[in-house]
Ligand binder design. Structure first.
Ligand SMILES: Cc1ncc(COP(=O)(O)O)c(C=O)c1O
Length: 216
């Protein structure tokens, strides 16, 4: 196998491939079954209680989760919604964002950030990322601000946060709403209004597709 082919084979289909002398050894990227075993009894008891109560959609279990998650985030409210895209669209609308408004987002993000902004009716404006962190470049964001800019959506990724002080300073100077996409950064600090979600490689792994929007 050529060196170029080998490089492409390293990360493939949720597996990390480690080249050995004659073949590749597959190491699973995540082992959800292994993680599940340590909390299995607790989860099954909660699922059984929800089934016994007939609470399949929303109801008391979701209300309890919303309160517990909000408390863990040291915030007043948490609202479960259908998916992360919904959380962004509904959250932006709740902030008063509408058609004609421009919303800044980083070029390096998951497509949900873009679709959420479009579904809120706003015009997305992509800006470049810091080559060191791959997160939104605040200087590039400042250059993209126009009279129509109403909000900025930083996306926290890879265990890093876009500088909270830099963001607050920018938002203050241009009177912008900060709406953080924290789908991959649960329990990061100094957030204002954030979204959280569950996906196998995200920082919070849940079994359902319940999304949560956190408010302050
Ligand atoms: C950065 C980011 N924002 C938002 C989302 C939410 O996406 P979805 O609408 O699929 O839940 C995701 C999911 O992968 C994400 O990675």
């Amino acid at each position: 196998m050529t060196a170029a082919l080998r490089a492409h084979a390293i990360i493939f289909d949720n597996l990390i491939m480690i080249p050995s002398q004659s073949s590749f050894q597959a190491i699973p990227f995540v082992d959800l079954a292994w993680q599940h075993r340590s909390i299995q009894a607790k989860i099954l008891a909660i699922v059984e209680a929800a089934l016994a109560q007939g609470n399949y959609v929303l109801g008391q279990p979701v209300a309890e989760f919303e309160s517990a998650f909000a408390a863990a985030c040291e915030t007043a409210h948490g609202v479960g919604v259908g998916c992360g895209t919904d959380a962004i669209a509904l959250g932006l609308r709740a902030c008063g964002i509408c058609e004609g408004d421009e919303v800044i987002l980083p070029a390096n993000t998951f497509v949900a950030t873009l679709i959420g902004i479009l579904r809120a009716g706003a015009t997305p404006v992509f800006v470049d990322c810091d080559p060191e962190t791959a997160l939104l470049d605040l200087a590039a964001a400042e250059c993209a601000i126009t009279r129509k800019t109403r909000a900025i959506v930083p996306v926290h990724l890879y265990g890093q946060m876009v500088s909270p002080t830099g963001l607050l300073d920018l938002a203050k100077r241009y009177d912008l709403i900060i709406f953080e996409d924290a789908a991959q950064a649960h329990f990061g600090r100094k957030r204002r209004l954030s979204i959280w979600f569950d996906w196998p490689s995200s920082s919070l792994q849940l079994l359902s597709q319940q999304k949560l929007r956190r408010t302050r």
